[in-house]
Design a protein around this ligand. Sequence first.
Ligand code: IVH
Length: 649
Amino acid sequence: MSPTDYLENIKTLNKYAHYYYVLDDPLTTDEVYDKLYHGVLAFEEENPDKVEMDSPTQRVGDIISEGFNKAPHLSRMWSLEDLFNSADLQKWLDKVAKLSDNISFYCEPKFDGASLNLIYEEGKLLQAITRGDGVIGEDITQNAKTIRSIPLKISHLQRLEIRGEVVIFKDDFERINVQRAEQGASLFANPRNAAAGSLRQLDSRITSSRNLVFLPYGLGENELDFSLLSEKMALVYKLGFRRPPLRSLAKGFDEIEEIYKQMVTEREGFDMMLDGMVIKVNQIEAQEEMGYTVKNPRWSSAYKFPAVEKITTIKDIILQVGRSGAVTPVAIVEPTPIEGVVVERASLHNFDEIDRKDIRLGDKVIILRSGDVIPKIIKVLVHERQEGSVAYIRPTQCPVCSSELLDEGALTKCQNLECSSRVVNSIIYFASKACLNIDGLGDRIVEVLYEVGLIKSVVDLYDLRLEQLLELEGFKQKKSEKIIKAISASKGKECWRFINGMGIEHIGEVASKALCENFGLDFVNVDKERLIAVDGIGEEMAESLLEFVRVNSEYIQRLQAALEPLKPAQKVEAVENPFKGKIVVLTGSMSESRGNIKAMLETLGAKVSGSVSKKTDFLIYGEDAGSKYDKAINLKVEVMTEDYMREII
Ligand code: IVH
């Protein structure tokens, strides 16, 4: 193949792929494509210096990353205000009408996936960044390149940010879950989680295998000179992006309602999950006039779809025993497709709820699924109940260890600390994101390790050896090495993870952080008075902690020795930045919780104080700032908006 043929063949392959993945209109067969592809691949192997960046070979994803780097968006990624019914819509339209007149609306479905920002420069895909907090996300460019509906090259040469939603089609979602069930891996709850999880794979071959699809919905930084959003989007589609279905323009309330009703009726028929309709002011000038609140554009909103209801039958009520011993009933229902996802379970919360709704085996029930949560049973069709059905009888014994259950009203608890279900779930909790974040130690793996007797508590994780794992069925070299490596990587992490990981009753992530911040590893030696003095630690929490320390002091020592958690004083020195060493006060409502913003400033080395004084260096304010703001102005303290703070960070 000559270099000119090579370039020509890439063009042809990209055209085939565009017709296949973007236009849904294949031009040729797989066989023809594959033959051409292999020719291109052979040429590249012989001429590695001539490989084009938009060659289809660049999409296979044979790159394994260590982790993802944080990356800033060029312009902020916003959220949308939700509207739940036509009254909300009317109110929103009234607000819009006050801000601008003579406008029309661009309506399109709200896709349920993970948002992604693509930055193109000189026509090349430079970076793909997840939404993150809207200002900074994670750079997942290598993974994005495996998504065939994301062009690697476009004909627009100026810098351009294209935003869209990465989705998994419903049938691919089912396929992935069937596969995962066969492999004993945990199932994705819904296509959105599956899409988000697939984007954050360290091994981009996995991302590639998930058939993700990118649906563009807007632009960030751009220099496009059009007066209408619809014109800008038409250009985006022309550049090679997929056209989402059902886009239309509407003038006012009636037309918007009509399009909305059509979407609601047709939603089940779509390949992807939709969770509402997005309404955007089409005139760019009007958009700019209206501007933004702290969180949302004033010119756009999300009109949510109603939850979907279906009728099914209760086949069984199973019992799960959590790490605290709480026994939770779960209904197993006749498999029922809702919005293309097959539902097999419905949550029952607790036994009181079963009583209240009088839910019985064999009952026909209405289940309701909204968004991603496990469906709820909203009603029993009592008139269809079969004769001879009997009311549900609460268990008195633990379904796992048979010990007697304690009925605490809303909660029914297994009291046996050694109940295998409690132990396994507490190890799973210990390994979860909010604790030691041991990636690769999945639920099923914990179960197996417990069943074969290798681990009896979390401490045993740290004594596991590779040879022991290799002896187990299904534990191949690579998988076993990954597990050992992940466990060992959980050593030397922040001390609040260690506290949170022990699963002390009433002590969650926030309390663990507060304890760690105030006492470090010395939290075991603090008396009740000093505990309660900490912001956010109440009496019940303090007592629970003291009791836990009293009963488990040896265990705490062993775990601490295994984990070697960092003391808060060992925090890494903050890099140079305008907030380092400054006293900062926050006021007003911000785009995320103040706790998060406080934590962010603290990692930058700032001290965040609750009240304004002469010593305050900066006051950062959000919407509806009140007296602190006035005081800061009086004391001539420098004030800045949240947006400005983010800019200078
Ligand atoms: S527009 C101002 N359009 O929904 C622009 N968002 O709640 C903000 N989403 O983060 C977004 N489909 O991930 C827009 N057609 C659509 C969308 C859409 C899904 C997601 C997106 C965004 C979130 C906002």
